[in-house]
Write a protein that binds this ligand. Sequence first.
Ligand code: ADP
Length: 872
Amino acid sequence: MAGSKAGKVTPMMQQYHALKREAEGCLLFYRMGDFFELFFDDARQAAAILDIALTSRGEHDGQPVPMCGVPVHAAEGYLARLIKAGCRVAIAEQVETPEEARKRGGSKALVARDIVRFVTAGTLTEDALLEPRRANILAAVCEVRGKAGIAACDISTGRMEVEECAPDDIGAALARLGASELVAPEDWASAPDNAITRPRGDFGSDDGEARLKSVHGVATLDGFGQFTRAMLAAAGGLIAYLDHVGRGKLPLLLPPVAHSGSAALAMDEATRTSLEILQSQQGSRAGSLIAAIDRCVTGAGARQLADDLAAPLMDAAAIEARLSLVHWLHDDPLLRADLRDVLRSLPDIGRALGRVVAGRGSPRDLGQIRDGLAEARRLRDFLAARPDRPQLLDSILPHMGGHGHLVDLMQRALVAAPPTDCGQGGYIAAGYDAALDELRAMSGNSRRAIAAMESRYREETSVAALKIKHNGVLGYFIEVPARYADVLMQPDSGFTHRQTMAGAVRFNSVMLHEEAARIAQSGGHALAAEEAHFEELTAQVIEARQTIAAAAAALARIDVAAGQAERAADGGWCRPAITQDNCLNIEGGRHPVVEAALARSGERFVANDCILSPDDRLWLIGGPNMGGKSTFLRQNALIVLLAQAGGYVPATAATVGLVDRLFSRVGASDNLARGRSTFMVEMVETAAILAQATTRSFVILDEVGRGTSTYDGLALAWAAVEAVHGTNRSRCLFATHYHELSRLAESCDALSLHHVRAREWRGDLVLLHELAKGPADRSYGLAVAKLAGVPKDVVARAKSVLDRLEKGRAETGGLAAGLGDLPLFAAASQLQGKDADELRDHLDTLDIDALSPREALDMLYELKRLAGSTQT
Ligand code: ADP
């Protein structure tokens, strides 16, 4: 490119473009000496993201070629930032030296380059690019004969799972996984927007099955579980992508686990977002549920906890098993502290294993696996000796041993603290390999011989300042200050001149040369011997990968339980009782995140009860803004979630009737992020609840209906409450500022009214954050406005407007005046005849997600027109 003429394409440019084509939409890091260079649009994009200088180099088609570069030694940091910004990067390395290139193609030959790997958000294994406390998930999704298949893996630890679900549930399944990268077949119309598309041929179920078998070296997958065609097709797509990204080298993959949607508490994306389970609405871990409860002392434990919270269980026995372990550790603080001390010092063997299998392992990784496994075995012996241990440990502990042979081998083979870099050697322990010891002794002897030579030369030449030194260019040499050089310059001195420096002159001697050669040779041989041992050990670790990963998982499970116990002991949390009834009985419940935030500013959280049963399953909660309604709703949803994840809960007592689906909705305020109007968002999300919630579900609805005008909003809220109460019959908490809804208590027998208490005291509003029975007496909107600092005269003006309005309401019977004799929801929803069919047909063909706000509005008009024709 340098010096290229306009219109002429240089060989380097040709090479660059060929590689860029191969990079398929990834940024191309093009290795030139000590830099990775980026050109053209890649350079513009990267320079903007990385905030580095955009320069240019040569010309292409008469235009200067934009360029920017990052030094190879610092590339990881830059990669991390590019990946975070949503880029994918192809790394093109020089695959021959300039000398080799010259030998091959003459003095002007271009060094051959090749893409050696792709770095993408879902396929990272570099420690520096991964967050220790978060799993990094790559997922593949596809559809086979009307079923969706999803395969996901965390290649930093090798965990892999597959799932089949209805195409409509893809969103919820992906929300649980929280993948950082998603792939889907290229010609699939319903592929999620953010998916990277791959050739359709990658997603064949037969191929998927064959690849899984070959990865795990088995003749049948039966030993791993039952897999459907859709699952296998997705697995095929996943492995094909990993193969592509790793340029034929597959990372660590453990046998796939079939995830069954019905085994876990289902939550859709909107619910996960609104409950801020793994991240807050701002997208950070701070402020999320996990940040408030995570007391794990290992990264692996924190990752396991995130998994537990993302997929709470539905199986009472499995929940109780986890709870018993937490209970045991909760009641024995000394044991817990000891255990946590041991766990804290453990290396992250899961991720070390991931690097080793990915071919990027270092001696240090092997050392970590050795130390981790040795500690796991000690922990197993310690826990196995406790007769009072809970049952779950009996299934966990066996995984923590059985590596004795490997640990012994690595203890003998490796030094205590092996380095991360193989290049310098020195990681294989003395005494492991006699031949290696001998090579080391030889080079040691030679070093001693050189030291002896130095003092002998000093005597012979009478130059006390004579030194034997070593550098990368000359190797070993003899150096004397310039003023003594003459002695050594004598023809018969036995020294040969090599280099004259400013103040010193350097020489060689035959003896030194021979000794140096011996060192180089034995050192080279020693390095080669160490490398051979390293490869052998690596192979053994890879061979044992499944049992090592199982040990890592066992340690993580213990860490999660100990962390939960610690959190519970700290916060005075209780063990929930789990039942099969459709009840929820929470006494003294608290919101862990809000409580922690209040505690930081020295305030106290007011605990509240929530008692739902089949006869009183829907609580309508009123009261002033800022009164604590949202907090109450969420704390109860979170308590259900925490309980079913197998942990203690922030309450004084709790009985949780198993929940199959959890829904959380917040009335839309300014949620235009997804290009839908707020009203549409509310409609779509409410529709999902009405379609999916069952008698075993738990629904929290926070101010649903506020995204539209008063009448529409009230009507929507009214209808939604009726439907959840009468049709879905789920347990439900519904917060609203519409007083009018309290009239629903007259027609809905399992609905009761509650409110958050507030008092006006000397003209000021005092929010008590305390839940009480009965409807809210008034909304205190003006008092809240005053509290929020709205100017006095504005509040006063509002007061006079309000008085007028209230007077009007008293005279007309208010907003809900006409609702007294409204037939119940179920009766009203029975549209009949041809028109109803037409309306239904219309609705059936409607793909709400595909509508723009404008189209949605048009559609509403159309639906209204159709419905209108029913009445005429
Ligand atoms: P609402 O939904 O009624 O508008 P929120 O639930 O958003 O009210 O609560 C508003 C604020 O009140 C919270 O940010 C919190 O600081 C405080 N708060 C809520 N519930 C409690 C409680 N139980 N105890 C103490 N403070 C609370």
